[in-house]
Design a protein around this ligand. Sequence first.
Ligand SMILES: NC(=O)c1ccc[n+]([C@@H]2O[C@H](COP(=O)([O-])OP(=O)(O)OC[C@H]3O[C@@H](n4cnc5c(N)ncnc54)[C@H](O)[C@@H]3O)[C@@H](O)[C@H]2O)c1
Length: 446
Amino acid sequence: MSDRYQGFVSTSIGQLVVKNLGLPNPTALERWSGGATLVDGLVVLGGQGRLTEVLPTTLDGLGIASATELADGARAKALVFDATGITDTTGLLALQEFFTPLMRRLESCPRVVVIGTPPELASGSERVAQRALEGFTRSLGKEIGRGGTVQLVYVAPAADGATSSTLAFLLSPKSAYVSGQVVRIGAHGATAATGNQVDDWTQPLAGKVALVTGASRGIGEEIARVLRRDGATVVGVDVPQAASELQTLMSELDGDHLVLDITAKDAPQRIAHHLREHHGGVDVVVHNAGITRDKKLANMAEDRWSSVVAVNLTAPELITRELLDTGVLNDDGRIIGVASIAGIAGNVGQTNYATSKAGVIGLVESLRDELDRGITVNAVAPGFIITQMTAAVPFATREVGQRLNAMSQGGLPVDVAETIAWFASTASGAVNGNVVRVCGQMMLGA
Ligand SMILES: NC(=O)c1ccc[n+]([C@@H]2O[C@H](COP(=O)([O-])OP(=O)(O)OC[C@H]3O[C@@H](n4cnc5c(N)ncnc54)[C@H](O)[C@@H]3O)[C@@H](O)[C@H]2O)c1
């Protein structure tokens, strides 16, 4: 399951070959380890707008050092630009004025975050200018290199004080494989009257119960590990064939397990009953279980279609409905779907899978405006993540799949798990209705 090309590139002979043939040269991405500071270096702040005054305090609360200038000879680990004050297109020049002199003064794996006003909440020239920010961040994501990431965060005015969990994620190595994304805070009703702070940033899920489906291996296993690291009690679900791995993992994580097929007719009721009886409810629900049954549509048997849609889409929908209807999902609950780039860009041989994964995005869109009690819904859309699922992809396709992104490499399960942990955080009460790609800014469907 390793990336053999990246292993080769990291050798001295590999570097020679890469240089001479102009081949992709993936940077080893920095990833966060428990207890480390969120940002190992200085964040330089620029721009002028609604958040300019509050940003230094927000970052300080996260233990992140920031300044508005960079001393001679110094380098920045991250740049945060408040673009909410840009009200017409001539004002966009401020981007070039701030960023150009700093682009050669960044440390490796740098982070860039531009903050704007959701265009749909602005009008006239301001709306045009705010929408234009997206072209800037997406392009800079493709040219920044050296393992850097660039994001646009649209903050609704009512959510100006609710950016902590998002900045903690996007400025830290937790977002190693997330780039070129547009995140909305407070744009879909949720403004986090309560849920935007936590007592302890190392344990943002302390006292919370998290359900993770498909938890015995791959991305699900890593989600369970990261949510546990963040303080949650994890209830893992998986099929009977995976019972022993599930049991071993859950006892290692001091969690609980439930062996069932999520497509069984009574699965939603059994899950709700178990969570109510054994845990008094649930706070975080991660619909991770998923399968592929690839075939071109011309050769698609009915069961390949039905099984994929049943596991990936219908089960998450019915389980969510049951947990909401019975009130087993607690106030300030978090519903998190796992979509896929295939559900955004489409993929040959995956009409069934892409339908199910686009449906997961539909689930986010249908729920985001109707949820109450502080409950949020978001989804991740992974690109090429190195797991047993992708190990089954033929070698040549796998090699190409791993290089077709701004980072020239596949992601790791932990990259998806960290993104989910950000959505799950108690402080992410205003982060609602987002579908964030964890794809190293893959070229497909971008
Ligand atoms: N690996 C990737 O590159 C990638 C890319 C995009 C999306 N995803 C999505 O991420 C999720 C996890 O993928 P993975 O690569 O870890 O896959 P995986 O096959 O390694 O793990 C999937 C898990 O789901 C469980 N599962 C399957 N059907 C189930 C059912 N009916 N009831 C309960 N559990 C069931 C499996 O037993 C397994 O433990 C899936 O939803 C997948 O579609 C993965």
